[in-house]
Design a protein around this ligand. Sequence first.
Ligand SMILES: [Zn+2]
Ligand SMILES: [Zn+2]
Length: 309
Amino acid sequence: MGTVVISLDAELAWGFVDFPVLPDRRLARAREMWMELLDLFEKYEVPATWAVVGHLFLEDCDGRHPDHPLDATWFDRERSSEHEDMWCAPGLIDAVADATADHEIACHSFSHINFQSSGATKAVAAAELRRCRRLADRYGVELSSFVFPRNRIAHRDVLARSGFHCYRGQQPQRWHTDNRLTPLVRAVSGSPLGITPPIVHPRVDDHGLVEIPASLLLFCFEGWARQITETLWADPVVKMVQRGVDQVNGSDGIFHLWLHPNNLINEAGIKRMESVLSYIDQMRGPGLAVRTMETVAQRTAGSTPQQNW
Ligand SMILES: [Zn+2]
Ligand SMILES: [Zn+2]
């Protein structure tokens, strides 16, 4: 049976904590769009993996983290008065936990430090994960899956020692370079020969963690290109998703979509998500299931090589 996985990097402003300027456009409706997205998942009864930045579990914070081994300047942005409601959000996590769709609450680090950066020592990585686990425990959630900030994979040994079972891997390289056309050109061509995102397979890595590679970022080319393509053609990303779903249906692979809730900034984003979820819902059946990362990891770890997980 084929599987669709949807993972979300749920971070509000933390995804931009090291940017020189916060992107007002992405953040202006971030809370509202988180809830819109959740409503869409409810409407189609599609469960997702919400990889939440651990700091969002906090009710409030003065922006000081003296016992965190990370350089204190990392939290300068949090202490500034910009977008004050974007650093703590237990109410939004409550909404995910209370939803009827059986979502997984996963981890996206405590403060969105790039694990490959020079400041992210093993001690920092361990402290980030420890804080998340403590906050989630208090909240009654057992963290199992991890999404690395910026998808920069490092310190997997620390992740395994911290009790995690799986993480999102990189999208396979060069999946779109099988001919000389650019992905955008092929995506908008509308032709059945247009690109199909990769179907992936989980694997157990050398630390015993299950790696579930990504297939497609749902907001992969935005801005002018998207405006132009939407004027002339149907949303090319929806077409790519349809091809991916058709391909995984009845196979033994995974089609792993991902996005940030704050990628939704307007009605076009909501429309795209509605089209994606309604197509997945329509195609669900004996050959296709929707699963969380945690469920995929459990099935992978519990299967023998002969079994179709
Ligand atoms: Zn703080
Ligand atoms: Zn992120």
